[in-house]
Ligand binder design. Structure first.
Ligand code: FES
Length: 290
C-alpha cells in the first residue's frame, strides 16, 4: 500500500500559533461546553478498522454513503461553529505518537477522522492540532440570493437566519428552512484545500422518528436557536467523486426527486439533509499499522 493511501501521522508537524483569539476562545469553549473530551479513547480507525459516523442519508445515485455531518455549537456572540475537539496526543503500541481530536457528543464518539474521504484527511484544516484555524463557520461567495447580504469570509451568525421559516427559492417547497454555503477551517490554507460546508436552519428534523441513539446525537450536534429552529451542517463534498453538490440550487434536482434534498449533478446522487443515518466506512490505516 502506498503511503498516500494511509492515514497521516500528524505528531511531527510544527504549528505556528498566530494568536488567533477566536480560535483559542472557541477551542476552549467547545472543549468544555456541551461536549466532553474523551482523553482515553483508542485510535479508532487505526489499522483500517471500520469508522462509524452520522450523516445525511444517501437516497439515490452512485455515492457510496451518506454526507458526513459536522456537529455544531453556537457561541455566546451568536456565531455558528463546528465542533473541533481539543487535540490530544496518543501513543500506539510501537511507541509512535500521534495527535487526535475526539469527543463524546450525545453518547457518540465524534472524531475529526470522520472526514477521511476525498483527500480531506490530508488537508491542513483537518490536521487535529492546527491552531492556525478556528472552528467558526464562514460564508463563501454563496449560491443563494439572500447571501448577497453577507460577504465571503464573514462569520456565520444566527441573526442572519432569523427568517428561516419564511425563506424559499425556486426549487423545493417553502418551510424547509434556510441554507447557507460556506467554509470551515480554511482561512490559512491553499485554495485547493478549502473545506466546503452546507448549513441549514430548519424545523424539519423529526426527532420523534429517530431511534434513541440518533436522537441523542442530533440533540447535541444540532443546536437550537431561541426561536426553536435547529442548525445542521455537512461537509459539502459528495462521497462519490468529491463534487460539491447543491441544496435547492441546481435546476436538475427535481428530475431526480431532489427538490428538497441535496443533489449532486456530477452523477446524480441525492442525499436527504433531514434524514440522518449512522453510516460507516473502512478507515485508512496509519502508516505504522500496516
Ligand atoms: S454523484 Fe458523482 S461526484 Fe457526486
Amino acid at each position: 500500500m502506498a503511503n498516500d493511501d494511509k492515514y497521516p501521522v500528524e505528531s511531527d508537524r510544527r504549528r505556528f500559533v498566530k494568536g488567533v483569539v477566536g480560535g483559542a476562545a472557541i477551542s476552549g469553549a467547545l472543549a468544555t461546553g456541551a461536549v466532553t473530551v474523551t482523553s482515553t479513547t483508542t485510535p479508532t480507525g487505526g489499522g483500517g478498522g471500520i469508522m462509524n459516523y452520522f450523516g445525511a442519508n444517501r437516497t439515490l445515485g452512485p455515492a457510496p454513503r451518506g454526507l458526513p455531518q459536522i456537529p455544531m455549537e453556537i457561541t455566546d456572540d451568536g456565531e455558528l461553529a463546528g465542533v473541533w475537539p481539543e487535540p490530544e496526543s496518543e501513543t500506539l503500541g510501537d511507541g509512535t505518537e500521534f495527535v487526535r481530536s475526539a469527543a463524546e457528543i450525545g453518547g457518540v464518539e465524534y472524531t475529526t477522522e470522520w472526514f477521511q474521504y476525498c483527500g480531506l484527511q490530508t488537508f491542513e484544516g483537518i490536521v487535529p492540532d492546527n491552531t492556525d484555524e478556528d472552528a467558526l463557520f464562514r460564508y463563501d461567495a454563496g449560491v443563494y440570493d439572500w447571501m448577497d447580504e453577507v460577504d465571503g469570509g464573514d462569520v456565520m451568525l444566527t441573526e442572519h437566519f432569523e427568517d428561516y421559516d419564511d425563506w424559499t427559492t425556486q426549487i423545493g417547497d417553502p418551510d424547509q428552512g434556510k441554507p447557507a454555503t460556506g467554509t470551515w477551517r480554511s482561512e490559512e490554507v491553499p485554495a485547493e484545500e478549502t473545506i466546503p460546508i452546507l448549513v441549514i436552519k430548519t424545523d424539519q428534523l423529526d426527532f420523534d422518528a429517530m431511534d434513541e441513539r440518533t436522537r441523542d446525537w442530533m440533540e447535541a450536534a444540532c443546536p437550537e436557536d431561541e426561536d426553536g429552529g435547529r442548525y445542521i451542517a455537512y461537509v459539502y463534498k459528495c462521497t462519490h467523486f468529491c463534487c460539491v453538490p447543491g441544496y435547492r440550487s441546481l435546476a436538475g434536482a427535481p428530475d431526480f426527486g431532489a427538490d428538497n434534498k441535496i443533489y449532486c449533478n456530477c452523477h446524480n446522487s441525492v442525499y436527504d439533509p433531514f434524514d440522518i443515518v449512522e453510516d460507516q466506512f473502512p478507515s485508512l490505516p496509519r502508516p505504522e499499522d500496516s
